[in-house]
Design a binder for this molecule. Structure first.
Ligand code: SF4
Ligand code: SF4
Ligand code: SF4
Ligand code: FES
Length: 894
């Protein structure tokens, strides 16, 4: 890149060609005010307050849109500049209401701050009012366009960052304004309340509707969003001991200036009065308040008694994605070293185990192979079994940006129409559960047409014979019959995918929560390997790990078969290393999975469960059996932030801290380890889980003298080789992607750049499509599919305690296509009974366009326990994780 030198305020300064004057000035520490500029969107040049003087040419230029050029002699503070800037600001104020004292933006208003800086008090100009009605009809955002200065940041935020396009400019001249189509209110437009426009609006025209403190001077604590696995950095804005609002943390973050509606407005659950605040012990069927010491003594004594009577494997421990890495590490250490069992699992395992087994077998590491940011570098994106728009809005944003602004082709495999569909180059609609047939048929076309990456395969992959054999069995005509996808679409998808310089595959729980989940992951890995799409930015495989710390919980070894850092429990060297560290060797035999723990609890083989933060009644399939199993336990302990259907069944409940009330780390779906920081105190007597677990370890004779989560991370670095170079000192300055194997290792944003960990070779695997057990028939003629929902998350325990999210979507619903609804004589909004082979539930029906015939849809997070009770316990053939994505149902009119 060419270096260009200019004179800036009398000094020679060099920059790179293409930089603007504003960028160079900021890099040199010279301040130029701006109103319409943001580094997150394209320059616009609307407000003109960034004017500077080019003395060489005797002209004023807008520094935000003017590239540096040889010979420039720029003055940012000449009398000419300052006088013109004053006039520009006065003109803006002339059509702005004189209501600063009453405005919610307060001292955060950039216009007001600039006016003060330029010494502008009153203005000596005729005022031209621009009246607009204040819009407050939705749950999240207030719009008062009377205050709008036409900077265009909201429009660019919506179109360029979020790629939603709910607003654009309307009108001309003085009547121009940012508006929805036909000036509809936001709740009638395509707005999704991400709040990015509010974040960027420099004045009080857009504001958060329920901001709890309308002044300035809030404390800021950088931390990480507590919902999906995208790992957005957020800034908790607090006053006293209360989180007043949440904003994106733009520094060193994956999300820049953006958040989704959950991250921006859903964290009010933190202060919900229904939080658990005191330890509870059940006596004669009802809970009585207790002290922490009494509760912890009771737990330790009961667990030691049961271990004494029935052995350590009569006890099981559940961890949670809601807990930090440090807490999950202690959860598995408590199970393995204090209790002496490998019966340790979490709900994160239910969707990530197929990734752990599949990706490790094929490539070597159980995680996404690239970064979220690099998705924008992909030429082709194949998205399978996922609706990232609802589950991982940040990742959806990157896919949409790649398609809209960088020419990427999106191959979208989803039976259901969604907000991703308009971005698709090809919308494939495979029947639920048939993804392996689709991928294998794509491989058949790629191999038949010699489109595979021969050099990559020869140099870096073993098992070509296995690939050829499984491709041979999937001619597109056969796959078309299985999947319902036309042959020509399968062929085109294969050619487009194989023809890309860099293609990636993004898949979600529609792949990993099916009975043939691990084989589906292996099929995806085969496709990436055959086309050489690994080891460089834009290429790769991205499992959408659902939850904020689902990846971290598994990294820490909250798994029955893996120790921290994915070392097998059967590996004697790994166990010996932990024995040196813990003073106790972990047991050698694999423990029980979550589903097996529950069936053993029902059968009497498991007598006690310690449940740290999970909500198994809501998230496991067949919640009725789950409830019975938990009720039959001799001893059940639950640590949580809210009362849930699971805590109701416990003998002891411990109230714990939420993410905003403790220190720690989360690891996101891109293997990025980030600091979680305490912003407020936990309510009442609640405590962080790491403290409760340390206390319990000590009571059961295992030393656990951690003074802070930093001490625990120091131990994790010794226990898990992929975290060996991670420390709080480093995480204060940066985020790190594992594997990070030493203190001077920079981390690994992109995996396999220089080869694969096992003998430098990856593996093709033979995988077959299996007809799902849950087929439709005369009695159960509809395929019910479940996925995430943008406004709710997980089991809904937190988002249903968020006032605004609940106001927006208070109740679960069934989506049904118009023809199916007509066939059943079901009207929009009418309640229906959904009956499966395992259970039933009642919901209002929503007649929805874009669903294939005989496919109905229910979002899972609003009534998770009831929805999951429709599923029988069908397990992935390899990892024994349950199917929760598709079952056959009947719909009955009520
Ligand atoms: S809240 Fe988000 S979707 Fe709605 S207008 Fe603003 S940027 Fe667009
Ligand atoms: S509403 Fe705010 S962000 Fe949008 S154009 Fe007006 S001042 Fe700018
Ligand atoms: S995309 Fe995910 S991590 Fe980001 S704000 Fe939304 S819920 Fe939070
Ligand atoms: S900041 Fe440059 S024109 Fe607005």
């Amino acid at each position: 890149m060419e270096t260009i030198t200019i004179v800036l305020n009398g000094k020679e300064i060099s920059g790179r060609s293409g930089m603007t004057v504003l960028e160079l000035a900021r890099e040199a520490g010279v301040k130029i005010p701006t109103l319409c500029h943001s580094p997150h969107v394209a320059p616009f040049g609307a407000c003109r307050v960034c004017l500077v003087e080019d003395e060489a040419r005797h002209v004023l230029v807008a520094s935000c849109v003017t590239p540096i050029a040889p010979g420039m002699t720029i003055r940012t503070d000449s009398p000419f500049v300052l006088e013109t800037r004053r006039t520009v600001v006065e003109l803006l104020l002339s059509s702005h209401p004189e209501a600063c004292v009453l405005c919610d933006k307060g001292n955060a208003c950039a216009l007001r701050a600039l006016a003060a800086e330029l010494g502008i008090g009153g203005i000596d100009m005729d005022r031209i009012r621009r009246y607009s009605e204040i819009e407050t009809a939705n749950a999240f955002i207030e719009r008062d366009l009377t205050k709008c200065i036409m900077c265009g940041l909201c429009v660019r935020a919506c179109q360029e960052i979020q790629v939603i396009g709910a607003i654009d400019f309307a009108g001309r001249g003085f009547n121009a304004r940012p508006a929805t189509p036909f000036d509809m209110p936001l709740d009638k437009a395509a707005c999704e309340y991400c709040g990015t426009c509010v974040t960027l609006c420099p004045v009080g025209a857009l504001s958060e509707k329920t901001r709890q403190y309308r002044g300035t001077g809030l404390e800021q604590t950088p931390t990480v969003c507590s919902f999906c696995g995208s790992g957005c950095s957020i800034m908790l804005q607090t006053r006293g001991n209360r989180v007043m609002s949440v904003e994106p943390n733009e520094e060193n973050s994956v999300n820049g200036a953006s958040l989704c509606v959950r991250g921006h407005y859903g964290h009010d659950y933190i202060h919900n009065p229904e939080r658990l605040t005191v330890p509870l012990i059940k006596e004669n069927g009802s809970f009585k308040e207790a002290s922490w010491d009494t509760a912890l003594d009771l737990i330790a004594q009961r667990l030691m008694d049961i271990r004494e009577q029935s052995g350590p494997d009569s006890i099981a421990v559940f961890g949670s994605f809601r807990c930090t890495n440090e807490e999950n590490y202690l959860i598995q250490k408590f199970a393995r070293a204090a209790v002496g069992t490998n019966n340790v699992s979490s709900s994160a395992r239910m969707s990530t185990s197929p990734n752990i087994v599949g990706l490790t077998k094929a490539f070597g590491y159980p995680g996404a192979t690239g970064t979220i940011a690099d998705i924008e570098k992909s030429g082709v994106i194949l998205c399978l079994g996922a609706n990232p728009h609802e589950s991982h809005p940040l990742i959806a944003q990157k896919i949409k940006r790649a398609a809209r602004f960088h020419g990427a082709k999106l191959l979208l495999a989803d039976p259901r129409q969604s907000r991703m569909t308009p971005f698709a180059h090809l919308w494939l609609r495979p029947a639920p559960g048939t993804d392996i047939a689709l991928v294998n048929a794509m491989l058949r076309v790629i191999m038949d047409e010699n489109l595979y990456d021969k050099d990559f395969v020869r140099e870096r992959v073993d098992g070509l014979d296995k690939l050829l054999e499984c491709a041979r069995r999937y001619p597109p005509a056969y796959a078309s019959k299985v999947t319902g996808v036309p042959v020509e679409q399968i062929v085109e998808a294969a050619r487009v995918f194989a023809g890309a310089d860099a293609a990636c595959i993004i898949y979600g729980s529609g792949i990993t929560q099916y009975p043939n989940a691990t084989n589906s992951v292996l099929a995806i890995a085969n496709l990436a390997l055959a086309t050489g799409n690994l080891g460089r930015p834009g290429a790769g495989v991205y499992p959408l790990v659902k939850e904020n710390n689902g990846q971290g919980a598994c990294d820490m070894g909250v798994l029955p078969d893996y120790l921290p850092g994915y070392r097998k429990v059967s590996d004697p060297e790994a166990r010996a290393d932990l024995e040196k560290l813990w003073g106790v060797a972990p047991p050698a035999g694999e423990g029980l999975t979550g589903v097996e723990i529950i069936s053993q609890a029902a059968a009497g083989g498991i007598r006690a469960i310690m449940n740290v933060g999970a909500n198994p009644v809501a998230v496991f399939a067949d919640s009725t059996t789950m409830k019975k199993a938990l009720e039959s336990l001799d001893f059940f302990v639950a640590l949580d932030i809210f009362p849930t259907p699971t805590t109701d069944l416990a003998h002891v409940v411990l109230p714990v801290a939420c993410f905003a009330e403790k220190d720690g780390t989360f690891t996101s779906a891109e293997r990025r380890i980030q600091r979680v920081r305490k912003a407020v105190d936990p309510p009442g007597q609640s405590r962080p889980e790491w403290q409760a677990l340390s206390d319990l370890c000590r009571r059961m004779g295992l030393p656990a003298d951690y003074k802070s989560p930093a001490d625990i991370m120091a131990e994790i670095a010794r226990a898990a080789p992929i975290y060996a170079g991670v420390s709080y000192a480093r995480l204060e300055r940066q985020t790190l992607h594992w594997p990070c194997e030493s203190a001077d290792h920079a981390g690994s944003p992109v995996l396999y750049e220089h080869g694969f960990p096992h003998r430098d070779r990856a593996q093709f695997m033979k995988v077959e499509y299996l007809v799902p057990d849950e087929e439709t028939d005369m009695n159960f003629p509809f395929s019910l599919i479940t996925r995430s929902h943008l406004y709710h998350f997980g089991s809904g325990a937190r988002t249903m305690h968020s006032k605004q999210l609940k106001e927006m979507f208070p109740e679960c619903f069934l989506e049904i296509g118009a023809e199916d609804a007509e066939g059943l004589a079901v009207a929009d909004g009418q309640r229906v009974k959904i009956v499966s082979r395992a259970g039933s539930m009642e919901l209002p029906a929503r007649i929805t366009p874009g669903l294939p015939r005989s496919v109905v849809f229910v979002p899972v997070s609003m009534s998770a326990a009831e929805v999951n009770s429709l599923f029988s316990t069908q397990l992935d053939v390899v990892t024994r994780t349950p199917n929760r994505k598709m079952c056959a149902v009947q719909i009955e009119r009520m």
